[in-house]
Design a protein around this ligand. Structure first.
Ligand code: AKG
Length: 302
């Protein structure tokens, strides 16, 4: 397996040239200048104290199981400082993973992440670059790809193992249906790979141990699965990729369909309800309501 290319403090021209090679690479000498590198659990707790945040909730403590059971992670409002404590020292089986726009989660910290000029000016345009924060302990993010964006992931605290696979949807990736909300995700449970025999012959193109101070560039539509070890804080920066970076036929064609306005306007809401039904949540809720009303009627007539 090839080690990733490493580039130190790239100029605009060096960054643009590296992206044109259409393979992931690691950037050093950028994140270590951010104020965010001095974040600690205590400073983060102060920044989110009193704010109601909405983390991913994994009731059984198994990230892949939640995704496969419901089609997406569950969510609940939790006060910020308590949430960071719960992430670090869980009570019971339930696990939380906080991810979301940095300015929304912790507005006082948003400027601690300095978006590099090479991202803003990439591809000869002025890009709107989003900042997403990830805070979790021993997390797993299922195998997925970014359908339309260039992404760089900056590790601030802890380490992550990232496995990357070149683009293309085949049966081996057990991709979710185009009708699902997370249609760019795979169903593969990495804790139970025996259930996914077609994936057995698929080796990652790269596996990288992401360390504090590194910035990992994910080309648009490359598959990746991410595991964090211990407490992990990371920020990802993303901006829209020109279509010339998409991979055709797959997943470019499917992405074009999934992002089309017809799909969003008419097909998607219907497919969303079907997805919920297929995953049993609505079925469970409706049958519970029916059982309750039958019981109430029986009790009233007795
Ligand atoms: O760090 C993670 O858990 C997920 C990161 C990721 O997949 C991303 O930045 O796209």
């Amino acid at each position: 397996m090839a080690a990733l290319e490493r580039i130190h403090a790239p100029s605009q021209a060096e960054f643009d040239a590296a992206v044109e090679r259409r393979a992931p690479f690691v950037i050093t000498g950028v994140v270590d200048r951010w104020r965010a590198m001095s974040w600690t659990k205590e400073s983060l707790k102060d920044a989110v104290r009193g704010r109601m945040l909405v983390p991913e909730v994994h009731p059984e403590g198994d990230y892949f199981d939640t995704w496969n059971r419901y089609g997406f992670p569950l969510a609940r409002e939790v006060e910020g400082a308590r949430l960071l404590d719960l992430i670090d020292a869980p009570e019971g089986r339930e696990r939380f993973y906080l991810s979301g726009g940095l300015a929304g989660l912790a507005p006082s910290l948003a400027d601690d992440v300095a978006i590099p000029d090479f991202a803003i000016r990439h591809d000869g345009r002025t890009n709107r670059v989003g900042k997403t924060m990830f805070y979790g302990r021993d997390t797993a993010s299922p195998l997925h790809f970014h359908p339309v964006t260039h992404v760089t992931l900056a590790q601030l605290v802890g380490t992550k193992t990232v496995r990357l696979y070149r683009p293309g949807i085949t049966d081996a990736f057990y991709c979710r249906s185009v009708f699902e909300t997370f249609n760019h995700h795979s169903k593969i449970d990495f804790n139970d790979l025996a259930k996914y025999p077609k994936f057995a012959g698929v080796a990652p193109d790269h596996e990288h141990e992401l360390r504090p101070g590194e910035l990992l560039y994910f080309p648009v539509q490359w598959w990746h699965v991410v595991f964090s070890h211990g407490l992990s804080v990371a920020v990802h920066l993303s901006w829209l990729a020109d279509r010339r970076f998409w991979h055709f036929p797959s997943p470019g064609r499917r992405t074009a369909i999934a992002k089309s306005s017809l799909f969003h306007g008419a097909v998607r809401p219907a497919s969303y309800v079907l997805t919920l039904l297929a995953h049993g949540r609505l079925v469970d809720d409706l049958s519970l309501m029916l059982r309750r009303s039958r019981r109430a009627k029986r009790a009233a007539s007795a």
